[in-house]
Write a protein of this length. Sequence first.
Length: 530
Amino acid sequence: MTTQAVIYARVSSKEQFAEGYSIDAQLKLLREKAEGLGAEVAAEFVEQESAKHAGRTQFAAMVDFVRRRHRTCRTVLVEKVDRVTRNFRDVVAIDELIDRFGAEVHLVKEGTVLTRDSRSHEKLMWGLKAVLAKHYVDLLSEEVRKGMAEKARQGTYPSAAPIGYMNVVVNGQKKIIPDPERAGLVRQCFEWYAAGGTSIRDVCRRAAEAGLRSKRGRPPWPSVIGMMLRDPFYTGDFVWKGQTYPGDHGAIVSRDLFQRVQDELRHDGKPLVMPKRVFVYGGLVKCAHCGCTLTAETKIKKRQYTYYHCTGKRGPCPKPYIREEALEEKFGDFIRAIAIPPEAVEVIVGALKESHQDERAFHQESVGRLQAEVKRIQGRLDAMYEDKLDGTITEDLWARKNAEWREKQMEALATVERHQAANHLYLDEGARILDLARRAPELWAELPPEGRRELLNLVGSNYTWDGEKLDGCNRKPFSLWAGKASCPVWLGREGSNLRVQDPKSRALPLGHAPTGPVPRSVYEKGGRAP
C-alpha cells in the first residue's frame, strides 16, 4: 500500500507570498522528500500568515486532515520548526497528532523525524526550537514596542489618529494633523457638552445630524463620543502606555475647554471610583470545591492578619480560611518542586549551543537577503536621481518615489538590526529559563510579595485550594521536570520526555517556554545565567 503524506508550507505575510519568497523553495524541497520516501502527496497546505498566534486556517485544516485520515495518511512534511509554529498552542496540536494519531512529523531541512518512539534528545531539540521560535517573534515584538516608545518620546503618536485627525506622510515622515473636515465638528462636541445639561447620547445625536462621521463613513456611537470627550489627545497631549507626552499633532480644543468637559463628566451622575486595597495573591487561586475564586480580607486581633477564603458566590462553601503566611508556604512548595539540578542545566545548555548553529544560519540568510534589498533600492535611487538631473522625470515624481523608497530602505535596515539582535540574544533567553529553574527556591526566598506573584504566574497556572492541599498546573517547560527535584537520578519512564543519567549523556528535552520571555524583575535577583 502506498504511503500518503501531507505538505505544509508557510510564509509570514501576504507581501512575502506575492513575491514568492520561500514558498516555491519549500514546496520543491518537501515534494522531493515525499518522492524519496515513496509517499504519495495527499494534500498540500500553503499559508500566508504569521505563526505568532494560534488559529491559522491552513494549519487547522492540515491538522484536521491528518486526524480524519490518520489510518492512511500519517506523514507530515514541513521545512523546519519555525515554518510550522511559533506559538505553543500549535505545538500542542502537533504533539497530539504524534501521540494520539501516530503521525510522523518530518522536519526536512533539519533532518529530524518526530514520532511516538523518538529518542529523548530529538524531543529535546523539537522543544528547544519551539521555545526559540516563540522567543524570536517575542523579541521582534519587543523591538517594535521599543521603536513605538521612542516615537512617543519624540512627540509623535505611534498609532492611528483618533476621529478629528488624520495620518499623513510629509517629506517622507509619518505625521498626524487635524482633519479639516472633522476637526470643527469635534470641537463643537466639546462645546455642547461643556455647556451642561446635555448627555453624551444627545451630543452623539447632534454630532451625527451635523455630519460627523467615522473614518469608515458611519455615524459615531455614544461610546466613541464618551472616549473622545475624555481623551487629552485633543489638547495636544497624548497618553501612551500610561505615560503622558506632549504631542506634535496640534490641538483642536483648548485646555480650558477640555477641563470644563472633565468637570462636567464628574458631575454627570458617575462618581469617581476609589481604588480598593490590592492583595498580593487575590484572584490567583480558585476553590477546588465550588470553583469560585479565593478572595482576601484583613482581620485585626493582637496584630493584623490577612486571610484567603472562597467567595461563596455559588452557595455556602465548607472549605476553611487560610492565612496568607500558610498560603505562601504552600506556594513555596510548588516553586521548590520545579528546581532542576545543576548538572542537568549543563547538559541542556550544551544542546542549546548546538541548536544555535541553525538559528544563526537563518539570521545570516535573512540579513543577506535584506542587505541585497537595501543595495537594490539604493541602485534605483541613484538611477532615478540621474534621470531627474537629465530631466527625464519631474521633480514631483522624484520627490515622491525618493521618499517612498527611502522609507522601504529604512525599514529593511531596521529589520537587519532586529535579526542581528535576535542572533546575539538567541542563547540568552534559553539560559535564563534554565537558570530560573535551577534557582527557583532561592528566588522565592528573596523576592518581595509582588515578585513572588509574578514568578507564580510565570511557572504555573490554575491554582486550586481544597482546604488542605494547594494544586496547580506547571507551565511548559517546567512541567517536564516538576516533582523530580528531590530525585538523585532522573530516570525516564514510559511517557516521560525527561532523562538524565549521566551529565555527559545526551541532552534532555526542555519542552516549551512559558508565554513570553522571562521577566528581568524575576530573573535578575543576583547571579548569572549559566
